[in-house]
Design a protein around this ligand. Structure first.
Ligand SMILES: Cc1cc2nc3c(=O)[nH]c(=O)nc-3n(C[C@H](O)[C@H](O)[C@H](O)COP(=O)(O)O)c2cc1C
Length: 420
């Protein structure tokens, strides 16, 4: 049976990609009916859209002919899926707020069909707290998302998450939503979010938190890592559709949704768990692994006695998890990302670390006490790659995580496309 798409085109630069989306959908035997927002008509003409879809294009809620012939309620129901592409920041806000003040939003409010959204906007708009809130609300309502991807923006010098998913990715996502057999928005909301994100089908391995190296059965050497950044990365990867294994040291933050979490204490146990979790497509080594452990850790609690001298601890080097995995020829993840927590010469140390450990990227951050990065909610990072250094603005750790994961997804797809 012909699959019927109702495509809502929003007013963003990426609207031009919808022409290709319509063409490819029709090549696959789907029918495409289109609603354009007023702003969308500034970017592509209803004439081109109508010519490609071979259908009348709808733009106005108050067009009486439309109401008599079909009406917005029927329009919203006479399809198998409603796809919003590009979904602008404003359109997402109106959807999340339950507005129905134009044909696009009225149709989206009235539909009983699954809704798939392909956002497209400037990275700052995508990572803005208001957009984050709107996306979370829409996801909770059962709305599906495809993309956005990360990369160059139409604006010069702008890069990051916010590029609309490519037409073929959107078609794959449409196929995935329809193949679930969920026919209404309500029934779709009842099933868990599907893996239609840019990391769908990938395995992402993340380490997070500190390690605890025992001195004796009750004492240990630790560090101030909270695990917030690593856990946020694991959560973002899961939201983008990846299967995620998170190997976590002892932390106070909750296990992120949708991840397999393995709890460990020491660096040696963390390495063991990481090796067991391979193979992976992406390895993100965000844990603050102790460089040393106590060679002569006491089996019994070390006692303070009047006669004994103060005990001294002999330290031995811990295994280097990042280097071990990055130089593991048999099972090296396609993209290995290390973290460098430094208190001085942050970028220079990170550049050296990238080379000496064999990592592809190193995310460097200044963890001097005055930055409040360790344990705090925000982070300012430098992304060090073979191409150079990018300094990102100060962001919430959750936004750093999202931007990094998007970049990683984009990097993998680009490398694979280049290899084809
Ligand atoms: C040149 C230009 C490009 C724009 N590109 C985007 C974009 O990519 N994403 C976005 O969210 N808004 C973008 N905007 C802003 C939207 O067009 C504006 O918020 C509009 O009200 C969206 O209307 P709609 O959501 O009804 O389509 C752009 C505006 C201009 C003038």
């Amino acid at each position: 049976m012909t699959q019927r798409i109702l495509l809502v085109i929003g007013g963003g630069i990426a609207a031009y990609k919808c022409l290709d989306l319509i063409r490819r959908a029709r090549e696959r035997g789907m029918s495409v009916r289109v609603v354009m927002t007023k702003a969308a008509t500034e970017f592509v003409t209803p004439l081109s859209v109508g010519a490609l879809s071979n259908e009348r294009v709808f733009t106005d809620l108050f067009d009486l002919d439309d109401e008599r012939e079909i009406g917005h309620i029927r329009l919203s129901r006479s399809s198998d899926i409603v796809v919003v592409a590009p979904a602008t920041a404003d359109l997402l806000a109106r959807m999340a707020g339950g507005h129905a003040n134009d044909l696009a939003t009225a149709v989206l409010m009235a539909t009983d069909k699954p809704v798939l959204v392909a956002p497209a906007m400037n990275p700052r708009m995508w990572t803005h707290p208001a957009t984050r809130r709107n996306v979370a609300l829409l996801q909770a309502d059962g709305i599906r998302f495809v993309g956005p991807n990360s990369g160059e923006m139409a604006e010069r010098g702008e890069a990051g998450p916010g590029r609309m998913a490519e037409p073929l990715e959107i078609l794959d996502a449409i196929g995935a939503v329809l193949s679930r057999g969920a026919t209404s928005a309500a029934s779709l909301a009842a099933v868990p979010q599907m893996h239609v994100g840019p990391l769908s089908g990938r395995h992402v391995l993340v380490t997070s938190g500190p390690t605890h190296e025992p001195i004796d059965p009750v004492r240990y050497i630790a560090n101030r890592s909270s695990g917030k950044q690593g856990h946020a990365i694991a959560a973002a990867a899961a939201r983008f559709g990846a299967r995620v294994t998170l190997v976590s040291g002892p932390v106070a933050v909750a296990d992120p949704d949708g991840c397999t979490v393995i709890h460990v204490e020491t660096a040696a146990k963390m390495l063991e768990a990481v090796k067991a979790a391979l193979p992976a497509d992406i390895g993100v080594f965000a844990a603050a692994v102790a460089d040393w452990r106590v060679a002569n850790a006491g089996v019994e609690k070390i006692k303070k006695t009047a006669t004994q001298r103060t005990p001294s601890l002999e330290l031995v080097e811990n295994p280097d998890i990042l280097r071990t995995i990055a130089t593991n020829r048999a099972q090296r993840p396609s993209l290995v990302i290390g973290f460098a927590a430094e208190t001085e010469d942050v970028v220079e140390h990170a550049k050296k670390k990238r080379k000496s450990k064999g990592a592809d990227w190193v995310v460097a951050n200044d963890v001097s006490p005055e930055t409040n990065v360790m344990g705090g909610e925000r982070n300012t990072v430098h992304l060090v790659t073979a191409k150079g250094v990018e300094t990102w603005p100060e962001m919430l750790k959750t936004d750093v995580a999202e931007a990094l994961v998007m970049r990683a997804a984009e990097h993998l797809s680009r490398n694979e496309a280049a290899a084809e």
